[in-house]
Design a protein around this ligand. Structure first.
Ligand code: PGA
Length: 256
């Protein structure tokens, strides 16, 4: 069965001192929760300090982005080798803000996913439609295309660690989350498409997170849905008490 997973995407917020102070307040609030896996994605400069502070705790730490090559003349970039060297375990790939502002195309998502899997970094691949695409009934097409290109040329046997985040772009930072029914619909499309792209076993075990205006008061009903296995949380993950309430309110799948 799929263990629920809740991840914090801190975007361009928090210095190293603020990041470790968060963990100091946050960890006592969640450490007795054994049903939900927790991952923090701080900014690049906070990564080393937060990885160190999280050592021995049931919290994992990952990077919000990376290049796909091991090294090279790419000013400003960070490679998968550099991330694993400091102990990061996860990486976000294809977040809509990366797609929109930093040219993270489906083809690059594919290269980054291959690199993450090759380096033992657990990838969270973000996909999702824009509001105009939803209005034009293109949601299923967009999700399937993003997923197909992301998985191109990757052996099914390598896809065990894959996590997907469904993040409708119109719900990110807007205060308007997708209703549980709308989100579940999209998650079902994604899981069905995974069956054809990666086979029924990978489709059954891959966790699909929902992201977009998740809050302590909507997480329970969102995670009650059969195909929603957790959440990727932006704004509401910046405060330790608020984020711990989200984790406490998750509805785990039966039998986990
Ligand atoms: P939000 O962001 O929770 O602030 O809507 C989610 C995300 O960007 O992953």
């Amino acid at each position: 069965m799929r263990k629920t997973l809740v991840a914090a995407n801190w975007k361009m917020f928090k210095t190293p001192a603020e990041s470790t102070a968060f963990l100091t307040s946050f960890y006592p609030l969640i450490k007795s929760n054994a049903t939900t896996e927790v991952i923090l994605f701080p900014s690049m400069t906070s990564l080393p300090a937060l990885v160190d502070a999280a050592r021995g705790k049931s919290v994992e730490v990952g990077s919000q982005c990376m290049h796909w090559l091991d090294e090279g003349a790419y000013t400003g970039e960070t490679s998968p080798t550099m991330l694993t060297a400091i102990g990061a375990t996860h990486v976000l790939i294809g977040h809509s803000e990366r797609r929109r502002y930093f040219n993270e195309t489906d083809a690059r998502v594919n290269l980054k996913l291959k690199a993450a899997l090759a380096h033992g970094l657990t990838p969270i691949v973000c996909i999702g439609e824009h509001s105009e695409e939803r209005e034009r009934n293109l949601t299923a097409n967009v999700l399937k295309l993003q997923l197909s290109v992301a998985l191109e040329g990757i052996e099914r046997s390598a896809l065990g660690p894959l996590v997907i985040a469904y993040e409708p772009v119109w719900a990110i930072g807007s205060g308007h989350n997708a209703t549980p029914a709308v989100a579940e619909d999209a998650h079902e499309i994604i899981r069905d498409h995974l069956v054809s792209e990666a086979g029924p076993e990978i489709a059954a075990t891959t966790r699909i997170l929902y992201g977009g205006s998740v809050k302590p008061d909507n997480i329970a009903e969102i995670t009650r849905m059969e195909n929603i296995d957790g959440a990727l949380v932006g704004g509401a993950s910046l405060d330790p008490v608020c984020f711990s309430q989200i984790i406490a309110n998750v509805t785990p799948h039966p039998g986990v």
